[in-house]
Design a protein around this ligand. Structure first.
Ligand code: HEC
Ligand code: HEC
Length: 326
């Protein structure tokens, strides 16, 4: 027998290494991940204080906004009357890998979360594991919600549970491969209760910026992940009935970001939904930021101003003529 030439040996060796690596990756993602812990044995209590705190948090953290049908004919991401926590098919935009569906969070037993325990809800919110054990797509902001202390999560659950039931059967999200595989690496169990959110304004603002999902819209995404180096530089556009709505650069850059806006200009964005040029903002969820208390609003502005400048010029929103001046 003549010995195999070296290149053949190398090729066979390389193929073997590839097969092993692929098998290893598949076993890792489908056999070992997601990291998960059993749901906790917890119980939310609907005191007036818990309900008020829960309403505040579920509003400003966008739970209500993402999990309810939105009236797209209105600016400011306003919830359709009578559809609080109905769940919805999420609008598609550039960089989203698949069809996202946000769950019906109302207490309807068949189509909502009426049959879930508080522990299962807590785990989904903070650890990204659905009732069925699947890893949730991290647009559901569990990678940041994991910083919420038990009390806050239980207050949110008490408020969600108090919503009127809505029968609205929705399919599960369908996420394209390989993102569907990689997201299995995102969930992480939470041990004990995280400390209360910081009260020092800068640290609180930094936490709010993350908890309020500002980067979801204001950072361009590639296959569901934020584009490196482009945090808060804007550039994502969505087709809406009102036109092509683009998220602007909100870094501290003086010319293309918010660096030249005064604190009052920024308060006007979050309180009244009016942008740099005085126009009413579409899609920007000012119907929720309106509800921020004074301390949280000021903290958010301080943190926003500290975002390093990026000179990216995001495309401008183009409203259809009939929506201009609305
Ligand atoms: C930016 C949009 C967004 C925000 C904000 C958001 N969610 Fe979600 N949520 C989603 C999406 C999308 C899914 C579905 C993910 C999937 O199917 O992989 C989801 C899934 C869930 C689930 C799991 C449902 C299931 O099918 O297993 C629960 C429970 C939930 N969210 C509750 C909340 C609560 C409570 C808050 C606020 C603290 C919140 N969400 C904030 C988008 C959001
Ligand atoms: C659902 C997507 C979305 C989320 C979430 C979001 N924004 Fe926006 N934001 C937009 C869009 C789109 C615009 C521009 C709207 C338009 O042109 O009509 C905007 C406008 C703004 C403006 C006005 C800038 C200017 O040039 O006039 C500021 C400031 C801003 N957002 C900050 C934030 C902060 C801070 C957060 C988090 C608390 C946030 N946004 C969350 C989509 C979003």
């Amino acid at each position: 027998m003549t010995p195999r030439p070296l290149w053949k040996k190398l090729l066979i060796g390389l193929a073997a290494v590839l097969v092993l690596a692929v098998t290893g990756i598949v076993i890792w993602f489908y056999g070992v991940l997601p990291r998960t812990a059993p749901p906790r044995d917890v119980k939310s209590v609907a005191t007036p204080e818990a309900l008020a705190r829960g309403e505040y948090l579920a509003t400003i953290l966008g739970c209500a906004g993402c999990h309810s049908e939105i009236d797209e004919s209105l600016p400011g991401d306003q919830i359709k009357a009578g559809r609080l926590f109905s769940g919805r098919r999420f609008p598609k935009f550039e960089g989203l890998p698949g069809e996202l569906v946000t769950a019906n969070l109302t207490p309807d037993v068949e189509t909502g979360v009426g049959g879930w325990t508080d522990g299962e809800l807590m785990r989904a919110i903070r650890e990204g594991i659905g009732k069925d054990g699947r890893a949730l797509f991290p647009m559901m902001n569990y990678p940041n919600f994991r910083m919420l202390p038990d009390d806050d999560v239980l207050a949110i659950i008490a408020y969600v549970r108090a919503a009127p039931p809505i029968r609205n059967a929705l399919p599960k999200s369908s996420i394209d491969f390989p993102v569907s595989m990689f997201i299995r690496g995102v969930p992480q169990p939470v041990e004990g209760s995280p400390p209360p959110l910081p009260t020092e304004p800068r640290a609180r603002g930094d936490a709010l910026l993350k908890l309020m999902s500002c980067g979801d819209c204001h950072t361009q995404m590639v296959r569901g992940a934020p584009l490196e180096g482009m945090h808060y530089a804007g550039g994502t556009c969505m087709e809406m009935p009102a036109g092509t709505i683009c998220a602007p650069n909100i870094t501290s850059h003086k010319a293309v970001g918010i660096g030249s806006m005064s604190d009052d200009d920024l308060r006007r964005v979050f309180r009244e939904g009016k942008g740099k040029d005085g126009r009413t903002l579409w899609l920007m969820p000012w119907s929720f930021t309106q509800k921020l208390n004074e301390a949280d609003l000021e903290a958010l502005i301080i943190a926003l101003r500290a975002v390093p400048p990026n000179d990216f010029l995001a495309p401008a929103t183009e409203l259809k003529p009939e929506f201009k001046g609305k």
